[in-house]
Design a protein. Structure first.
Length: 79
């Protein structure tokens, strides 16, 4: 866990969000100030939005707590 206020190790975000900013855009914005930020994207849509757009750190909703825990562990351990 990061020791500095406002700095965090992992972002878990949905790809489709209200308000005009997608999860992918949010990730890009946050990585501008913190290049090493790890990101896990999730989505319940099976159509045009796929994990391939954002890489391997993708969870298809619905998922169970064990899948989330494994994704977090894998994401933090990678790179």
């Amino acid at each position: 866990m990061a020791a500095e206020a406002g700095v965090f190790d992992l972002l878990l975000t949905d790809l489709i969000m209200p308000g005009g900013v997608s999860g992918a855009q949010l990730g890009e914005i946050l990585r501008t100030g913190q290049p090493g930020l790890r990101i896990i994207y999730m989505s319940g849509y099976r159509g045009g939005t796929t994990g391939g757009e954002v890489g391997a750190n993708f969870l298809q909703k619905p998922f169970d707590p064990a899948q989330l825990a494994a994704a977090v562990r894998n994401c933090l351990d990678s790179g």
